[in-house]
Each structure stands twice: as structure tokens, then as C-alpha cells.
Design a binder for this molecule. Structure first.
Ligand code: B12
Ligand code: SF4
Length: 528
């Protein structure tokens, strides 16, 4: 039996796909993994063009070449999010139509979890939840020639009908301990759209597509249910998702050690957990102590919620290597916060901001200013709502920077249902880094760079309009403000030797120099 496992993403990240591929490879050695990066989300160009989540047209044209490479397998597995779903379905269609009509295709990943009815139309089977157990069961049954159509957690298309099996239980603590390992990237093929073929994944590709960081997740689940976020869909499918689940700290440390053994140039570890600060202090402490002892690399936390942050936890994390943190603010007015299902006061937002910035100031030698996520371009926001948010943002303690997201309708979320019911226009899945050139957004970029003086701020606020109002477009001013904002972020990173957001082969040189410098320091330390 031959299995292909195809992963798609804007960098070489596909955390869930890698985990499932590792489980499958254990059962069937004859498994080949393929990676497609239809847009390098870490390239400087994608930051400047704000198009990092789009699929580049040259990849769309190559769908047939990719499909041809997948001929000859018995099972082809795909792992995809919504932004790459249509493209994935196209590859699968071409594979079946032109090269292998009896291949068995299986889709897993966020899109299949959230929109199973749409997904099953394009594949023989889909995985509607966490994939490790269903994939293990399916591949074993396939290999042993057993009937697999009853596999829990999978839906199948058979003789024109859809078999919707019941969901598989979410992975338990013990199971997470077992599954916390990854498919080896060096055992992957990568699609090279200049050479028009798959090439073996190498160090050069890692540096170009991923830079010097290692992306992972320790905890799964989120206790909140924000109306714009796809996580509310996971929670609807299984309430267990509202509870944080995680393997022992030992398991995640082991996973990182394995990665470092393969990719010694990794300089930062990025944790994409949704709400890592919701972990109890003692668990975080156990993790921090092990991390410092065995990994000792700077790490970033990308999921912090104002209701779970506290100064003690942030101090613990920063003193054990956290160099970057990201806090979700999303809005600065109560009406919109309520619409987003974010139950918090403006006071608690300001306190969370103060904790983040105070932590950065205390550990300024290794920490860069915290990132705060904010959502803009909400069509229901009036001038008053926007002004209230801008006032709050401009009053925040510093330093910080913003990640500015333009509101998008993700199918299946509560907010999308509300907008659709009320005929409120809002773009769907297009890229959400492309914010509208409104004066409000110009101000957001400027506030992220520097506090605006009260007098000037009040004058500028007069130019702000509600999102539904007719308003002037500030395209040129916006480009300048965006450029200043990016330059400021770049400088903040360079000053702290933080290259986690960059990619390119030059990073290897950076790593070599840094490594030699650290070794020299250590030798000096030992001599003294
Ligand atoms: C980490 C993360 C990232 C990382 C890494 C992405 C990655 N592919 O690993 C980065 C920063 C690169 C990223 C980027 C983006 N992300 Co993101 N990301 C996440 C996050 C926080 C965790 C994903 C994850 O690893 N989960 C843990 C793993 C174990 O779960 P999983 O991926 O679902 O995989 C399991 C199952 O789906 C299944 N499975 C997966 N593949 C397969 C394959 C087979 C064959 C089978 C059987 C099963 C199977 O088994 C897996 C293991 O249990 C989620 C939110 C969340 N909590 O899920 C958002 C999330 C997935 N991201 C989202 C979005 C929108 C994006 C971006 C488009 C925008 C952005 N933020 O920049 C880009 C697009 C990336 C791309 N693919 O092109 C949305 C997706 C919405 C959607 N409908 O697709 C989410 C849900 C955030 C949200 N709350 O709205 N993201
Ligand atoms: S806290 Fe973050 S991850 Fe959790 S539901 Fe809200 S936006 Fe999604």
C-alpha cells in the first residue's frame, strides 16, 4: 500500500497535518509527505503587499502538474485550511479525473472540521475532528483489508451517498502525550514552482520558508467563544473544545528537542496556542523550568486573552525566555466587544495592556514590544464606536505594536450568521491584512508607532467617519503610515536581534555568527 500525504500552507507549517502524517508513517512506512507553499507568508514582499494568505496564480496553474505527481498512490491524504481548500479540491479533482480514478482521497484540517458538508463533496472521505485516531484506524483497516466505512470521526462518500459517522472523542491527556511528535520535514518533498516539480526538502528551503523559528502548539482548546472566530465552530461540534487540553510539559519539550536535533539553526520557538496563559501557574512553572534547562531559546506566545493574563504568569514566562507576546484586544468599545462575544470591560483591557507593556519594560533587554491584535473595518461600527476605540488605544501604556486585521466573514461563525441575517455587507475569506484606506486605519498605524499628542489627536479624530458612511480614501497617506509602521516594527526586531518574522538564506549566516559568538562567550565563561 502506498500513501501520499499532501500539506498546504503559507509557510512550512501544518502542525496538525504533521502530527497525523507521523501517525500514518508509523503504520505504513510506504508513506511520502509533500508540502506546497502557494505563497511564502514570511517573505518581505508578502508583508509589504499584505497578501500573505493568498494563493499565488502560478501555483493555481500548476494544479495539474501537482496532481500528476500524486498518481500511483492508493491513498492520498490532504491537510488544508479554508484559504487553501478550493485549491486542494482542484488538485484532488484533477488527480481523479486525469491520473488515478480509483485512488482514495481523504481530507483533514480546519476546513473539513468546520464545513464538512461542503468538504465531502470533493473527497472520498473527510475527517471531522482531530485526526490521529481516525487516521490510525482507517489506515490499519485499509492495510488489513477490513471494512472501514464505520470509522468514527470520518465521513465517507459511497455509492452516491454520504456516510456520516459519529465524531471521535477529543484526544485525552494520555493520547496527547503520545501524539505530540512531528513528521520530519527533511523527509518531505516540496513543490518548486520554478522547476515545476517536487524537490527534496532541505535546509535552504527551511530558511526560505520558515526562517529560524519552530512553530508548535502545546495546549489545545479555548475557554472562550468569540463570534468572529472559527473556534466557536469547534466548540459547537464538541463542548470539550472549551476546555484546555495539553500533554505533559515533558512531551512538548521532547518534541522541540527532536526538532532541534534535526534543525540546529532554529533560534526561536513560537507557540500558537489559543490561550496559553489560561494554564494554571504551576503547570506553566513546570514547563518554564524544563524549557530553560533543556531548550533555552527565546520563545514567543501568540495567544493571550485579557481575561487570562496576570502579572505573575507573564513575569514567570519572560524570566524563562519569552521574548514576544501577543494579546487579543480586537476592539476598544463595549458595543463591538459585545458583538464579538468578548465579555470584558475597557478597564480590564487597559490592565492587560499594562501588564504586557510592564513585562516588556522589565525584560527589555531581550523582549520586543508586545503585539496587540485589533480588528478594523467592521461595517456596523459608527463614528462614535470607532472614536471610542481609537481614544482607548491612544491612551495605552507603551511600548506596543498592533496587528491590524480587516474584519472578514468566516463561514460558519456566529458573526457571519448575524451579518447574513441582517444583510450586512462584509467581505468573506479575502485577505484580512488588506485594510481599507480610511483615516481610522491611518490612525491605527500611527498609534502603533507613537502616542499622538492630545491636541493633534482631537483634530485628527474629526476626520474619522463611520464605516458605512461615504468617506474619502487616503491611499497615499495609508501607504506612508503602513511603511512607517513596518519600519518601526523592523527596527524593534533588529534591536533585539529578533529575526523570527523573517525568512531567507542570509539567516543561516546570522545563525553561524550568533552561534560562534555564543560559543566564544561560553568558552570565556568557562575560562573565567
Ligand atoms: C497555529 C495556527 C496557525 C499557524 C500554523 C498553521 C498551521 N497550518 O499549522 C500560522 C501562523 C502559520 C497560521 C496561519 C494562518 N491561519 Co491559523 N491558526 C493556527 C491555530 C492557532 C492552530 C492550528 C493548529 O495547529 N491546531 C492544532 C492542530 C493539532 O489541529 P488542526 O490543525 O485542526 O489539526 C487536526 C485536525 O484538523 C486533523 N487534521 C489535520 N490535517 C489532517 C489531515 C488528515 C488526512 C486527517 C485525517 C486529519 C487531519 O487532525 C489534526 C490533529 O488532531 C488555529 C486556531 C485553532 N485553535 O485551531 C488558527 C486557524 C486554523 N488559522 C486560521 C487562519 C484564518 C489562518 C490564516 C489564513 C490567517 C493568518 N492568521 O495569518 C493563515 C493561513 C495559513 C495557511 N495554511 O495558509 C483560522 C482558520 C479558519 C479556517 N476556516 O480556515 C483558525 C481556525 C483561526 C481562527 N480561530 O479563526 N495559523
Ligand atoms: S479567545 Fe481567541 S482563540 Fe479563543 S475564541 Fe476568542 S479569538 Fe478565538
Amino acid at each position: 500500500m502506498k500513501i501520499a500525504f499532501l500539506m498546504l500552507g503559507i509557510a512550512v507549517n501544518c502542525i496538525g497535518g504533521f502530527r497525523v502524517a507521523a501517525v500514518i508513517k508509523k503504520i505504513e512506512q510506504n508513506t511520502d509527505a509533500y508540502f506546497i507553499v502557494p505563497n511564502n507568508g514570511h517573505s518581505l514582499l508578502s508583508y509589504l503587499k499584505s497578501n500573505k494568505t493568498e494563493i499565488s496564480p502560478s501555483y493555481v496553474e500548476d494544479a495539474d502538474i501537482i496532481a500528476k505527481n500524486l498518481a500511483g498512490y492508493d491513498i492520498v491524504c490532504f491537510s488544508s485550511m479554508s484559504n487553501t481548500f478550493e485549491y486542494t479540491a482542484e488538485i484532488s479533482k484533477k488527480l481523479k479525473e486525469h491520473y488515478a480514478d480509483n485512488v482514495f482521497t481523504l481530507l483533514g484540517g480546519v476546513h473539513a472540521r468546520l464545513y464538512p458538508n461542503e468538504a465531502i463533496e470533493h473527497f472520498d472521505a473527510i475527517c471531522t475532528g482531530e485526526g490521529e485516531k481516525p487516521a490510525r484506524e482507517l489506515i490499519q483497516a485499509f492495510r488489513d483489508g477490513r471494512d472501514f466505512y464505520q470509522t468514527k470521526g470520518l465521513w465517507f462518500k459511497k455509492d452516491g451517498a454520504v456516510i456520516k459517522n459519529q465524531s471521535e472523542t477529543l484526544n485525552s491527556h494520555e493520547e496527547l502525550n503520545e501524539f505530540q511528535s512531528r513528521y520530519d520535514l527533511y523527509d518531505c518533498m516540496l513543490y518548486d514552482n520554478k522547476k515545476k516539480k517536487f524537490i527534496r526538502f532541505g535546509k535552504k528551503n527551511y530558511l526560505m520558508l520558515n526562517g529560524l523559528q519552530y512553530n508548535t502548539m502545546w495546549t489545545l482548546g479555548c475557554p472562550f467563544s468569540c463570534t468572529y472566530c472559527s473556534n466557536s465552530g469547534f466548540a459547537e461540534a464538541d463542548k470539550g473544545y472549551l476546555k484546555l487540553r495539553y500533554p505533559n510539559p515533558e512531551a512538548v519539550i521532547r518534541e522541540i528537542e527532536q526538532e532541534l536535533a534535526l534543525h540546529p539553526y532554529v533560534r526561536h520557538v513560537s507557540f500558537h496556542d489559543d490561550n496559553i496563559t489560561a494554564l494554571p501557574f504551576d503547570v506553566l512553572k513546570e514547563f518554564c523550568v524544563l524549557y530553560k534547562e533543556r531548550i533555552n531559546l527565546p520563545f514567543a506566545l501568540y495567544g493571550i486573552h485579557p481575561n487570562t493574563i496576570n502579572a505573575e504568569k507573564m513575569d514567570l514566562l519572560a524570566s524563562h525566555g519569552m521574548f514576544r507576546s501577543k494579546l487579543g484586544i480586537e476592539s476598544g468599545n463595549l458595543k463591538t466587544l459585545k458583538q464579538y462575544g468578548r465579555h470584558m470591560s475597557l478597564q480590564s483591557i487597559s490592565e492587560a495592556v499594562s501588564i504586557s507593556t510592564a513585562t516588556q519594560r522589565k525584560y527589555r533587554w531581550h523582549m520586543i514590544p508586545p503585539d496587540f491584535d485589533v480588528i478594523t473595518d467592521n461595517p456596523t461600527e459608527t463614528r462614535e464606536d470607532i472614536v471610542e476605540s481609537l481614544r482607548l488605544y491612544n491612551s495605552f501604556d507603551r511600548p506596543f505594536t498592533f496587528n491590524v486585521f480587516s474584519l472578514r466573514k468566516f463561514p460558519g461563525t456566529k458573526l457571519t450568521a448575524y451579518f447574513d441575517e441582517n444583510n450586512i455587507e462584509c467581505p468573506d475569506l479575502a485577505t484580512f491584512f488588506q485594510v481599507r484606506p480610511t483615516f481610522c486605519n491611518v490612525l491605527l498605524y500611527l498609534i502603533a508607532c507613537h502616542k499622538i499628542s492630545d491636541k493633534l489627536f482631537e483634530r485628527w479624530l474629526l476626520k474619522v467617519k463611520g464605516n458605512e458612511e461615504e468617506q474619502k480614501e487616503y491611499k497615499a497617506v495609508m501607504r506612508i503610515a503602513h511603511f512607517i509602521y513596518l519600519a518601526k516594527r523592523g527596527i524593534d526586531c533588529v534591536l533585539k536581534l529578533d529575526v523570527s518574522r523573517f525568512s531567507g538564506r542570509w539567516l543561516y549566516l546570522y545563525w553561524r555568527v550568533f552561534y560562534s559568538w555564543r560559543r566564544a562567550n561560553r568558552r570565556r565563561g568557562l575560562a573565567e
